[in-house]
Design a protein around this ligand. Sequence first.
Ligand code: UDP
Length: 310
Amino acid sequence: MKRILIAGGAGFIGTHLCRRMLAEGNEVICLDDLSSGSYENIRDLLEKDRFTFIQQDVIDPVEVAGPLDRIYDLACQASPVQYQKDPVHTARTSVLGACNLLDLARHTGARILLTSTSETYGEPLVHPQPESYRGNVNSIGIRSCYDEGKRMAETLFFDYHRQYGTDIRVVRLFNTYGPGMLRRDGRVVSNFILQALSGKPITIYGDGLQTRCLCYVDDTLEAIVRMMETDGITGPVNIGNPVEMTVKEIADLVLDLSDSRSGIVYMARPQDDPTRRCPDITLAGRLLGWAPTISPREGLRRTIEYFRDE
Ligand code: UDP
């Protein structure tokens, strides 16, 4: 049994991780300010002996009594619509949150994992993106609070590792989706599914020819846990499903799978919206023996079912 702190544990991926860690017999301390996470997500866990919830913002110093074996840093809004509402807070969450959790790792000797992002590659000039690609990020744009925030968090992880010997892991997640996504999330998958199910027009930003790769949450989770539990590596390691799809293809697939009669409306493309995105996951295969197992068709089918039941 390990004692595990999950910062952002009431969020989308965090909730799945809390459940998995509890099911494997660990003690879980979930820290979340509930800004994007929700109490509903974890309500049933509160009764469990091995589960503790701390409502706190990671930008404040994090203190946890007793020893810790593992710290997962998932504490940041990942949806552009959400993280752009209070960009200063988004940057502070990534940077100060990383500092606070790294200090805790340093003092407890816990291993710590950062969920970084494909956003570190910005508008990529290399395709698909390997971890060695240093990216093309606009440091003064509306996405920079998140992109540069996560890049700085990566820097802090590696500096704590070099300077203090902190045991770090860094993964870069590419568009994860699945059951448990918030309705108000604002990202492509939840928007399209909710629109399709309610018969409202699907909102495609731009011409819909920009691409993304969608990774089902169970696949992402498996990779994160393998990364944490593999000795002798730091990353960064890309985690994503390299089936590249245009946004229009995602819309068509959602319409097909949900038997929807919604039309499509084309709207303005957001500033700095990356044109292409696809992970090179060679490294994840080699280091973790990992590859995604759920196709976009199957994953979207399950996610549509989830939203329909909701
Ligand atoms: N997008 C869209 N309609 C929506 C939401 C998103 O066309 O209602 C597009 C968006 O412009 C982007 C892609 O879908 O090109 C993925 O956007 P999302 O906000 O999901 O996340 P990102 O990958 O940009 O961080």
